[in-house]
Design a protein. Structure first.
Length: 249
């Protein structure tokens, strides 16, 4: 880990993490590992308790199981992304559901990462640090810079993306993905490059994250761009590039 990353991780000591898990042993293990890192951890054993906790005090990150009594993890994720107060909260799914369609659905609903059980506590800690780091840090040094393309404006200082004057409401991962594409506008970026740049993960973690995560977040980003979603072009068998008819300012 670089010195900068180590400082970032130390700065996360005050982070509040909500762990949503109905198996007491697993909830206790995750809470213990994160508390060892100095984080403030709250646990919830079902969907209603999870949503109540998230609305009572918005967490910095949520570790979310999918198979819960009452409200499913999918419904919790959808509810979080549908509320202005919680739509930007990073979510790491931690679940026994290992099928590809489960992973895809979780990523489509806006999960920032997806881990399956049984899991490595060390890897979970690394991923929590990585997701918090990219949520708290801009993808590039801001310096008051703006990207403009057609009606799209991305203010790197304010970390806001707007289309025709309307804020897009991007999640931190979607925002970083858009900036990574805009910075290399017109050039193709592989899925692996986007994992490293937009996800900002240590190589130990990024190497294990399925590149399908990139496809799911590109799909969500295109949907939010509406009629201009075609500006993000697919480079078959490789990755993506951003192309629009107007020059960058």
């Amino acid at each position: 880990m670089t010195e900068l990353a180590a400082r970032d991780d130390r700065s996360q000591a005050s982070a509040r993490v909500l762990v949503v898990e109905d198996e007491p042993d697993i909830a206790a293990l995750v809470a213990y590992q994160l508390a060892r890192e100095g984080m403030r951890v709250e646990t919830a054993a079902d969907g209603r308790a999870a949503l109540a906790a998230a609305n009572r005090e918005v967490p910095d990150l949520i570790v979310l199981d999918l198979m819960l009594p009452g409200i499913s993890g999918y419904d919790i994720l959808s509810a979080l992304r549908g509320q202005r107060a919680t739509r930007d909260v990073p979510v790491i799914v931690l679940t026994a559901r290992r099928e590809e369609e489960d992973r895809i659905r979780g990523l489509e609903l806006g999960a920032d990462d997806y881990m399956t059980k049984p899991f490595s506590p060390r890897e979970l800690v690394l991923r929590v640090h990585a997701v918090l780091r990219r949520a708290r840090q801009p993808a590039v040094a801001a310096g008051g810079r703006l990207f403009q393309a057609g009606g799209l404006t991305v203010d790197l200082g304010a970390r806001v993306a707007a289309l025709d004057g309307r804020e897009l409401g991007l999640t931190p991962t979607e925002y970083r993905l858009l900036v990574a594409l805009l910075e290399r506008r017109g050039r193709a970026l592989s899925r692996e490059q986007l994992l490293a740049q937009a996800w900002d993960m240590d190589s130990e973690v990024a190497g294990r994250l399925h590149t399908r995560a990139v496809d799911m977040h590109v799909r969500r980003l295109r949907a939010k761009l509406g009629a201009h979603g075609s500006w993000i072009e697919t480079v078959r068998g490789f990755g993506y590039r951003f192309r629009s008819p107007e020059p960058e300012v």
